[in-house]
Design a protein around this ligand. Structure first.
Ligand code: ADP
Ligand code: MG
Length: 968
């Protein structure tokens, strides 16, 4: 298989690339420029180059978006001004309660929440660490502080009040440790007003219920030389300024710090920083359990150190005589001795006279020191006291936040470590700092880049990333064995010979010449060596390096401190039996050098980091002047290179950021395989879908089966897309967004998106199908119910109609009977009448209009007029009833007529011309007569099942029918 080469090749030097490609890149991106700030991940910029990444970061920075993902790390650009609501409690809660915090905007809270959830999930490695790196002033300490606040908020127990108390106490102390450690360990440098001059690893320890129970702080390589030496325009540790500015009148008296007093070790004190807040430090110390009298003791010692710095020596005229302190320094010697509670004579002797033990008899010789030696001893005294004080403070803080390891089960570690440093003059401190950064970079490389490559190899993927910068050779140069810079430095210290700078430089050059990371600055007059670090070349001065590495603390100095009457100094330098013999054994004692101590502590830290799940936050300083809203491309670019972000981005984009195990892949995407539409697509091997389905059930348990199923799935997925290779030998296409390894499927983000889109489509299709079935079922059920209701309604209505009709029929029979009787009687009466009078009543047209004579008839006499009026139409109806109609129809028409009689306005009575009596009755046109059932509980009761059958002809119709009959 041809080797895949992905990702851009390493381009020309940074600067050139910036200048040359900037126009092209900007052009290419012009269309997307408006949307550039919307990109949450730098791996999504296209093409992935330093310039586009820079542009994206800048675009986001200008719209106040300071966090962006870069693959697995988070890039944090320092806003250099407080941003409203960026770290609010509400935002913490939003990230804490979010279903998927990663889907929210990039933020340090998203990283923090992820670590918290990882601990909760208890998936190995459970413990987490967040490595916050970046150059001085980039925002590491700020970030760590915010992270601590986040954990203190979310890891609080809401259920148990006792647990909550503990959390609150720990939270307060962890947060209080910040101002104390910053006051004693931070200083104003050229790059940062509040630069941490030590490395810090904080472990936040959680119990089984995920509540913060305790914490521990580990510190590294405090820059103690700063106590006695501050570079131009830099300052000493903040605490010295705090005491000189914040002390009360009485304290000033007690500590001998009169207002306006000047101290050599207190440069640039006229500048007041917000960090110079003494009260905050004191309060925090108090909360950490350092009472006021101990605090007073500490500040007294610090004042003593300031006075010590003012002790200047004059050159001795005679070498056999010790140097004398300058005239104006004598007072400082006294004050120092007073504040440190040591004797003035002993202090002076210790500073000026060296004790040498030599010979078999261990004879002790005293040798006066030169002026510079005196000054070195003075500085050494200050450094050793300050370093002990700092360590003691850390131990006090740890004591106040410590809990037995049985109480907590997991931890989240925050590493706030100084960034890569390169000054015009670099020495052992910078070598150690840069060594630490190399180690951390290697950890990152091991975690991300190497792991990726190795995983691909293990999965049988022949995938070659761009040649990422492996810094192992640089690390070999610094700390390797058998020969390295550290080993050579230690050797010099062990041999205890007066080191010759040029000789040492030559030794380094000769011994390490085969390492490509070392060179020399030939233009510099001072002996030096240049190390090519991953972040750039740094030139180190050889002079003073060996001495710094040895960091000798003359035993006389230690003895002086042990003899101090100050209780705190006695605690720092306890008098032990061993120490009494120290003078004798000083030359034989194994030298523990600075680098070996540093290497040891760093190795311990690396062990912890290796055993945890790492998360990276890369802090970026957008400009060297610490100005708000100023983004300087060149400066940012060098930092992006230094922390490996550019590389990360290229690799993330080029590789397969998504890996899924076969089982999970099948579990999630088997729906695609079963999909009707997909199954109809014929396989290249001619497998029928049915065959494949059998294959799934029969062989899903073994590897072959899995491969078969996956192959089938992938085949379908990639129809019309990039080819997917099941085995390397099968790979025919170089454009691949998906690979099938030995145990996992590797894919790009775009492939995942496609898969997810297909899955969503198939699921939606299935859901639609289920919906259709359900609706059909519901519809059928409803129509059955309707049909049944209609049948019941029809039955009930027919029964009701039948009943009603029967009642009416009975009523009609009764009326008929009565009418016949009445008619017979009337006939009889009429006959009588005829017999009685010869006059004949003449009716011209029967039916339409009846004229009544004015004279009352015998009928009138027998029947009251109202009764005649009321029953006249009845009689008329019965007399004119259709004779041809029988049975039901006749009854119906009779019933209709009867109903009409009940209505007052059913007919109209017209009086004759003379206005006396009824002259005519005329039926008014009426509508058809319908039967209406009274209200029924059934919904369709008012609908007649037999509309036509129930129609009864109106009164007029009856008359018409009659007419018709008469004419026939
Ligand atoms: P580092 O520890 O990397 O040396 P700091 O954390 O001390 O840097 O940050 C330097 C300064 O930058 C801080 O004093 C603060 O003023 C500013 N700063 C850093 N991060 C932020 C932030 N997220 N929001 C506002 N200001 C910040
Ligand atoms: Mg810091």
């Amino acid at each position: 298989m041809p080797k895949q080469v992905n990702g851009p090749k390493r381009g020309p030097p940074i600067q050139n690339e910036l200048n040359d490609s900037v126009k092209e890149e900007v052009k290419a991106f012009l269309s997307d420029e408006d949307k550039l700030h919307l990109l949450d991940d730098l791996t999504k910029v296209n093409p992935v180059t330093t310039t586009t990444v820079l542009k994206c970061l800048q675009a986001r920075y200008t719209v106040d978006v300071f966090y962006t993902y870069a693959g697995c790390s988070l890039v944090a650009v320092n806003p250099f001004q407080p941003i409203c609501c960026l770290y609010s409690l509400e935002l913490m809660k939003e990230y804490h309660t979010a279903l998927r915090p990663q889907e929210l905007k990039p933020h340090i809270f998203a990283v923090a929440e992820q670590t918290y959830r990882n601990v909760e999930s208890q998936i190995e490695p459970i413990n987490q660490s967040i490595i916050v790196s970046g150059e001085s002033g980039a925002g590491k300490t700020w970030t760590s502080r915010c992270l601590m606040k986040f954990y203190a908020t979310v890891a609080a127990s809401s259920t148990s009040p006792k647990g909550n108390e503990t959390v609150e106490r720990i939270e307060k102390r962890v947060l209080d440790s910040n101002p104390v450690m910053e006051a004693f360990g931070n200083a104003c440098t050229l790059r940062n007003n509040n630069s941490s001059r030590f490395g810090k690893y904080i472990q936040l320890q959680l119990n089984r219920s995920q509540h913060l129970t305790s914490a521990s702080i580990q510190t590294f390589l405090l820059e103690k030389t700063r106590v006695a030496y501050q570079a131009p325009r830099e300052r000493n540790f903040h605490i010295f300024y705090q005491i000189t500015k914040g002390a009360t009148k009485d304290e000033r008296m007690e500590w001998n710090l009169p207002e306006g007093a000047s101290f050599f070790w207190l440069p640039n004190s006229e500048r007041t920083l917000e960090e110079d807040c003494f009260e905050v430090t004191r309060e925090a110390m108090f909360h950490l359990g350092i009472d006021r009298s101990t605090q007073n003791n500490i500040f007294k010692i610090l004042a003593g150190l300031l006075h010590l710095g003012n002790i200047q020596f004059s050159d001795s005229v005679d070498e056999s005589q010790p140097c004398e302190p300058e005239d104006n320094a004598k007072g400082f010697v006294k004050t120092t001795a007073n504040l440190l509670k040591v004797s003035v004579e002993e202090l002076l002797e210790t500073l000026r006279i060296r004790t040498i033990t030599a010979g078999k008899q261990q004879q002790v010789f005293k040798k006066p020191c030169s002026r510079s030696e005196c000054e070195t001893r003075r500085d050494c005294l200050a450094k050793v006291i300050y370093a002990k004080l700092f360590d003691w403070l850390v131990s006090v803080i740890n004591g106040s936040i410590y809990a037995d390891s049985l109480v907590w089960t997991n931890f989240i570690g925050l590493l706030d470590v100084y960034g890569f440093e390169s000054f015009p003059e670099n020495n052992l401190e910078q070598l150690c700092i840069n060594y630490a950064n190399e180690k951390l970079q290697q950890h990152f490389v091991a975690h991300y880049l190497k792991a990726q490559q190795e995983e691909y190899a293990a999965e049988g993927l022949e995938w070659s990333f761009i040649n990422y910068q492996d810094n192992q050779s640089c690390l070999d140069l610094i700390e390797g064995s058998p020969v390295s810079i550290f080993s050579l430095l230690n050797e010099e210290c062990r041999l205890n010979r007066s080191s010759n700078v040029s000789q040492f430089q030559t030794r380094i050059e000769n011994s390490l010449s085969n390492n490509r990371c070392i060179s020399r600055d030939k233009f510099s007059k001072k002996p030096n060596f240049v190390v090519s670090h991953y972040a750039g070349k740094v030139c180190y001065q050889v002079e003073g390096m060996v001495e710094k590495n040895r960091d000798p603390v003359p035993l006389e100095l230690l003895q002086l401190l042990k003899n101090s009457q100050d209780c705190l100094l006695q605690k720092f330098f306890p008098m032990t039996e061993k120490s009494q013999n120290d003078t004798k054994t000083q030359n034989r004692a194994a030298v523990v050098t600075v680098v070996s101590k540093f290497k040891g502590s760093l190795e311990r830290l690396m062990q912890i980091l290796h055993s945890t799940t790492p998360h990276y936050i890369r802090c970026i300083k957008p400009n060297a002047d610490c100005k708000a809203m100023t983004f300087k491309k060149e400066e940012v670019l060098s930092q992006l290179e230094a922390c490996g972000i550019v590389e990360t981005i290229s690799i993330s984009a080029a590789g397969f950021p998504i890996r899924v195990s076969f089982q999970s892949f099948i579990e999630r995407y088997k729906v695609l395989r079963k999909s009707r539409t997909l199954n109809t697509v014929p396989d290249e091997n001619g497998f029928s879908p049915a065959k494949k389905k059998r294959g799934l059930t029969q062989t899903a348990n073994n590897d072959e089966g899995l491969h078969f199923v996956i192959h089938d799935l992938l085949q379908k997925m990639t129809v019309g897309q990039s080819a997917v290779s099941l085995k390397q030998t099968e790979a025919k296409s170089t454009s691949s967004s998906m690979y099938c390894g030995k145990t996992k499927i590797f894919m790009t983000n775009s492939m995942l998106e496609q898969l997810e889109a297909r899955r969503a489509a198939v699921l939606s299709e299935k859901a639609f199908c289920i919906q259709c079935c359900w609706r059909r079922f519901k519809q059928r059920k409803l129509s059955k119910q309707r049909w049944s209701a209609t049948i019941i309604q029809a039955a009930v209505r027919s029964w009701l109609a039948k009943k009603h009709f029967q009642r009416m029929r009975r009523a009609a029979t009764v009326i008929k009977h009565v009418w016949r009787k009445w008619k017979a009687r009337m006939d009889a009466l009429a006959a009588k009448e005829l017999d009685y009078t010869e006059e004949k009543l003449h009716s011209s047209v029967p039916g339409a209009t009846i004229f009544l004579d004015q004279s009352p008839s015998p009928l009138e006499k027998t029947w009251p007029l109202s009764a005649i009026i009321q029953f006249w139409p009845l009689g008329l109806v019965l007399s004119t009833a259709p004779v041809t109609v029988v049975g039901f129809r006749r009854d119906s028409s009779l019933l209709a007529c009867l109903k009409i009689l009940h209505r007052n306005n059913g007919y109209k009575v017209e009086s004759n011309l003379f206005g006396c009596g009824i002259t005519s009755i005329r039926a008014l046109p009426q509508g058809s007569v319908k039967f209406h059932c009274k209200k029924s509980p059934l919904p369709h009761a008012n609908i007649s099942p037999h509309n036509q059958a129930c129609m009864i002809t109106g009164f007029n119709q009856i008359l018409l029918d009659r007419k018709k009959l008469l004419t026939t």
